[in-house]
Design a protein. Sequence first.
Length: 288
Amino acid sequence: MIRSGRATYTSTLDSKGAGVELAWEQWGAADGSGIPLLMVNGLGSPMVSYEVGFIQQFVDAGFAVVRFDNRDTGQSTLTETTGAEPGYDLVAMASDAIAVMDAVGWKQAHVFGQSMGGMIVQQMAVTHPERLLSMTSLMSTTGNREFGRPTDEAMEAIVQVPPTEREGWLDVMVSAEKLWCSPDLWDPARVRAKGELMFDYGVSPKGTARQYRAVLASGNRDEALANVSTPTLVLHGSADNLIGPDGGRHTAEVIPDASYVEIEGLGHDLPSEMWPRLVSEVAGFAGT
């Protein structure tokens, strides 16, 4: 079963009190059953970057899955702002995710976030704990800049503004991902095919820059996360060059009773060979 929709609400957390519209899709069993799992994307990534095969493995494990476009990417609102400030932060993006849950009709859900998505689900556990059954933070960090630092090459790649035309954008994506991929699983043809899917669905280089500034504006969550009571699973790859593994370890140390699993050979990507392990870890933690 696949259904789709749009969550529309006025965000009181934006600098201008902006209206936000968020595109979402729900995947699951034909009878509508399944354990609710909200999947939150990383920087600049539309919802199609959580590939159908990955989602299907979660569905097969018993989940009903919702993926959605964060603001400033895909088919969701592009927040045209002026100046250096993005006009929003991760607190606002966490409220966006709650708006998607409301639109789907979920009072509570397990939440899963990759990279920036991990930061968003951490913020959800801080500001909306009553809505979360559990939280999985994958290849992410608390915003404490002493931990999870990228290599110099990865940092240089993440801050460059890619071309807006298709082939140039794809070239930059493939070359950048090679810097932080799972090294033994690097497949440029597969990465390019995923990039084509993302670009043709909808990406926004300017929107990605605003998301990046929103992350920087949100600061260090250590103190707030120390009071989180949501059951938390922290996953991180041993080969991550964009957010180093100590970012994941530190996240698990800060959040009370968090479980930490470091996955050998995983970089800052989601190669299909790693999908069964990731699904197994989340399903086991959620008790499916």
